[in-house]
Design a protein around this ligand. Structure first.
Ligand code: NAD
Ligand code: ZN
Length: 351
């Protein structure tokens, strides 16, 4: 669990005060990994940079890669004589996962690809804090940092991965476009549906999932004003992330991983593209999803899989069917009798 969190409009201003006691000495810098949409923007001027602290702007155009993590770690290690005081990630799921992975790798030998999996990290990460600027993924609260590696897209899942501190300031999400807000927000909604309808459901995942779902409905179907909806979506993201931390995601995420692996489709959009065709598995969830999509005037891209070859489909099918825990959660121990390669292909063909 994340041990420390502050929430509220404007709480980003507390960052300086929060970091002060964590600074080891003037030679041990804080490294700020910041989404490059904020370069030359007001937020950048408010980052409490002192001594030799370093701000690195990173594009979120592509999802984080193991090679990118290793290059950042090398850059940091060769630039400073002392180990950093900490790593601060500012941005969406992409930047938050990068920050978590870099903090872990600064204290662990080898390449980040060696740690993709469950509980492979040997030593605690350096101090790391996360500051989301878009809501939905739950990456701010989860114990994983999802990375695309040479062989697989898989998270560094460990007790050392979660942030030591999270700053939830809904005002930071003001600049997000309508479409992106929908895609990333629906990631949260889909976390709730997959968790609440899964066989791994338990008292913890249910209570967090129900709260997150209620908030998503208020945000996407209610008539609330902008600032209230930003606050509620940020809380929904946190609770949705906690819900899957105690259980697992399901059909949409497994299939979305296939799309992302072959075509680079981003997580939130990929989930939406798949989820709309999952009435068979989540009838009520898909009905509500369509209502939200209509209300927010979102039209999803079509024909994404139209020109794929048979071997392309095979690659996506293999990635999707490799996500055993997700299928077990969604369909139970005998999931292979329901989710055959042909079935997976028939869903991809609709996208
Ligand atoms: P993102 O970080 O990829 O950002 C999406 C877009 O929004 C980018 O173009 C970014 O520049 C822009 N953006 C972010 N904040 C903005 C702001 N305030 N104003 C204007 N533009 C802004 O999006 P995401 O959906 O939050 O994250 C997706 C990533 O999260 C994927 O890599 C996925 O694998 C990961 N993920 C991780 C977990 C986890 O538990 N670790 C869970 C779900 C998803
Ligand atoms: Zn997700």
């Amino acid at each position: 669990m994340v041990p420390r969190v502050v929430f509220g409009n404007g709480c980003f201003q507390q960052l300086e005060e929060i970091l002060l006691p964590k600074r080891k000495n003037s030679e041990a810098p804080f490294i700020f990994l910041v989404d490059d949409v904020f370069e030359n923007q007001q937020l950048s001027t408010q980052i409490p940079k002192l001594f030799n602290d370093l701000i690195i702007y990173v594009s979120a155009e592509e999802e984080p890669k193991t090679g990118q993590v290793d290059a950042l770690v090398k850059l940091i290690q060769t630039s400073f004589s002392e180990e950093p005081s900490g790593v601060i990630g500012i941005g969406g799921g992409t930047l938050l996962d990068l920050a978590k992975a870099v903090a872990v790798m600064l204290n662990n030998k080898g390449n980040s690809a060696d740690y993709q999996g469950w509980d492979l990290v040997k030593r605690p990460a350096v101090y790391h804090a996360g500051i989301p600027t878009i809501s939905g993924t739950g990456a701010e609260v989860s114990r994983t940092a999802v990375l695309s590696g040479p062989e697989k897209k898989l998270g560094i899942n460990s007790d050392y991965t979660p942030f030591d501190q999270v700053i939830l300031d809904p005002e930071l999400t003001k600049g997000v476009s309508k479409e992106q807000r929908f895609y990333t927000g629906m990631d949260c909604y889909i976390h709730c549906i997959e968790s609440l309808n899964g066989t791994f459901l338990n008292a913890f995942s249910q209570s967090y999932g129900e709260k997150a779902l209620e908030l998503c409905k208020e945000v996407y179907l209610g008539d609330i004003e902008e600032s209230e909806s930003r606050e509620k979506l940020m809380m929904a993201s946190w609770h949705g992330g906690m819900s899957i931390a105690y259980s697992q995601v399901g059909v949409a995420h497994a299939l979305s991983y296939g799309l992302s692996h072959l075509l680079g489709v981003k997580h939130g959009l990929g989930n939406c593209l798949v989820f709309q065709h999952l009435e068979e598995f989540y009838p009520d969830g898909v009905q509500l999803f369509n209502k939200m999509k209509t209300k927010h005037n979102i039209s999803l891209p079509e024909g994404i899989c139209a020109n794929l070859s048979e071997s392309d489909f095979d690659i996506m099918i293999n990635v999707a069917l490799g996500m055993t825990p997700l299928w077990e959660n969604a369909l139970g121990k005998n999931w292979k009798t329901v989710m055959t390669p042909e079935k997976v292909k028939s869903i991809y063909k609709k996208i």
